[in-house]
Design a protein. Structure first.
Length: 172
C-alpha cells in the first residue's frame, strides 16, 4: 500500500515520539517539533525509493526513480492507503483470498473489510500539515523521489483496475 510520503513521514515522526517499544524509538524525537525533525539528520529521505532499489545510503538520482518505477510496473499490484477499501477488494480478488472452498457470507466479507480498514487507521492522532507549512515543504523536498513514485503509484492504481475482475467478469 502506497501512502503520500509527507503524510507517511509526518505520521512516522509522531508515532516514534511515543513508541518506546519500537527498536527505532529515539527519545530525542520526543521533544522535537515536526519542523525540527524535518531539518534534522534523523529524518528519513526517500525511504520507498531506497527500499525498492536497495540503495540505502548516498544520493538518490532519477535513475533510481526509473528503476523503482520499473519494479512497481512489472512486479506489483498497487494499493493506495487513501483508497484502502478499493485496494483491499483488489487484493482479495487478484490473490483469490476467498476461494470457492472457503467462500464466506458476503456480509461477513464486507464486515472483515471494514474491520481491517478501521484497524489500519493510525491509532496515534496527530496534527496534519498543510502544503504551505514549512515542515511539509521540507519533507516534500527531502522525499522528492518518493513523491514521484507515489504519483506513479496512483497512475498504476488507475491502470491496474482492469487486471482485477470478479469471476463473473464485472470489475471491482
Amino acid at each position: 500500500l502506497f501512502r503520500h510520503p509527507v503524510r507517511r513521514a509526518t505520521s512516522m515522526f509522531y508515532y516514534l515520539q511515543q513508541a518506546k517499544w519500537e527498536p527505532t524509538y529515539d527519545p530525542n524525537l520526543a521533544d522535537m517539533t515536526i519542523l525540527e525533525y524535518a531539518q534534522s539528520t534523523k529524518v528519513e529521505e526517500n525511504w520507498v525509493t531506497r527500499f525498492l532499489t536497495h540503495h540505502y545510503s548516498g544520493r538518490i538520482t532519477d535513475q533510481h526513480v526509473a528503476e523503482a518505477k520499473a519494479i512497481m510496473r512489472d512486479k506489483m499490484l498497487v494499493g493506495i492507503l487513501e483508497d484502502f477499501q478499493e485496494s483491499l477488494k483488489r487484493f482479495e480478488l487478484y490473490f483469490d483470498w476467498w476461494t470457492d472452498k472457503v467462500r464466506p457470507d458476503p456480509a461477513k466479507v464486507v464486515q472483515c473489510q471494514q474491520n481491517k480498514a478501521r484497524a489500519s487507521r493510525n491509532k496515534f492522532s496527530h496534527p496534519s500539515l498543510t502544503e504551505s507549512d514549512p515542515a511539509y515543504e521540507r519533507l516534500a523536498l527531502l522525499n522528492w523521489a518518493d513523491i514521484d513514485l507515489y504519483q506513479y503509484a496512483r497512475q498504476l492504481f488507475a491502470e491496474q483496475a482492469d487486471l482485477v475482475k470478479h469471476k463473473d467478469g464485472s470489475m471491482v
